[in-house]
Design a protein around this ligand. Structure first.
Ligand code: 13P
Length: 279
């Protein structure tokens, strides 16, 4: 089916009490692996890319690749901009027909975060879903990360959502980008944020979190969990293993296909972990 708006993924997941994975793509292997896993599980999902990962294949290529592969997929999927750090990537992703957007001005002072996020809201209009971030998430994504991580302050949540009008709120509650031994959800804080929030929550940093915590996120108003490092590592590991097995290997397509399977297995495991009720 054609790409759907993020609104549709959120609505379906909320209705069916599911948590959508949001898996970062970079290239065709990652895209094929993600969609294979979506087809195996049937759970509505976001496929996303951050500007840092679209430097080889710009947003247009990503849109073409993802939408072409999804044409035969019966499960609703939205194409989401991850970590638009300024207005320009938001404009670029909208021009490339992305169906969901994240504005991340979370490192700015509160009022500036509100101001920039409001501009993104206006650009998205009512059709395109908007995720904004309050509190900044630690760790690094492709060598980029905030100087200081700040937890989400529950007392700011209602005001921020009312002023921005975002459809989802990304929160910093102990989650960290990348593999970090310190990543641990503070469920007390997450509960307080949830009580203050009128919109579903988003957890970034899905790769490093303990599995038993990932399985509980749906009980706390979380509708979207981002996962990137696990997929990237699966692909790199797959190529490394192929090289170690045979340093003279020249069948790029064989190794590429192995990496697609490795990525699909990782994504399927994550989707099932977020949704213990899915068979
Ligand atoms: P991980 O790399 O820890 O899975 O985080 C991904 C992410 O949150 C993308 O926004």
């Amino acid at each position: 089916m054609p790409l759907v708006s993020g609104h549709e993924v959120i609505a379906k997941c909320t209705e069916e009490k599911l948590v959508a994975g949001a898996f970062n793509t970079t290239n065709i292997e990652t895209t094929m692996g993600i969609v294979e896993a979506i087809e195996r599980t049937g759970v509505p999902t976001f496929i996303q890319v951050a500007p840092t990962n679209a430097v080889l294949s710009g947003f247009d290529y990503i849109y073409d690749m993802v939408s072409r592969r999804l044409a035969d997929c019966p499960v609703p999927v939205a194409l989401h901009l991850d970590h638009g750090k300024s207005i320009q990537p938001v404009k670029d992703a909208l021009a490339a027909k992305f169906t969901s957007i994240m504005i991340d001005a979370s490192e700015e002072p509160y009022e500036e975060n509100v101001r920039v996020s409001q501009i993104a809201r206006d650009l998205c209009g009512p059709e395109i879903s908007l995720e904004a971030e309050l509190g900044s998430i630690g760790g690094k994504e492709d060598d980029h990360g905030p100087e200081i991580a700040n937890s989400t302050d529950p007392s700011q949540v209602a005001d921020f959502i009312a002023k921005v009008g975002c459809d989802m709120l990304a929160v910093s509650v102990g989650n960290v980008h990348g593999y970090s031994p310190d990543a641990r959800i503070d469920f007390d804080l997450l509960s307080k944020v949830r009580e203050a929030s009128s919109v579903p929550l988003v957890i970034h940093g899905g790769s490093g979190l303990p599995e038993e915590q990932l399985a509980r996120l749906g009980e706390f108003g979380v509708v979207k969990v981002n996962v990137a490092s696990d997929l990237r590592n699966a692909m790199i590991r797959s190529f490394g293993e192929a090289y170690n097995a045979n340093p003279d290997e020249v069948s790029l397509i064989r190794v590429s296909k192995q990496s697609v399977n490795a990525i699909a297995d990782v994504v399927e495991r994550r989707i099932r972990m977020f949704n213990p009720s899915v068979n």
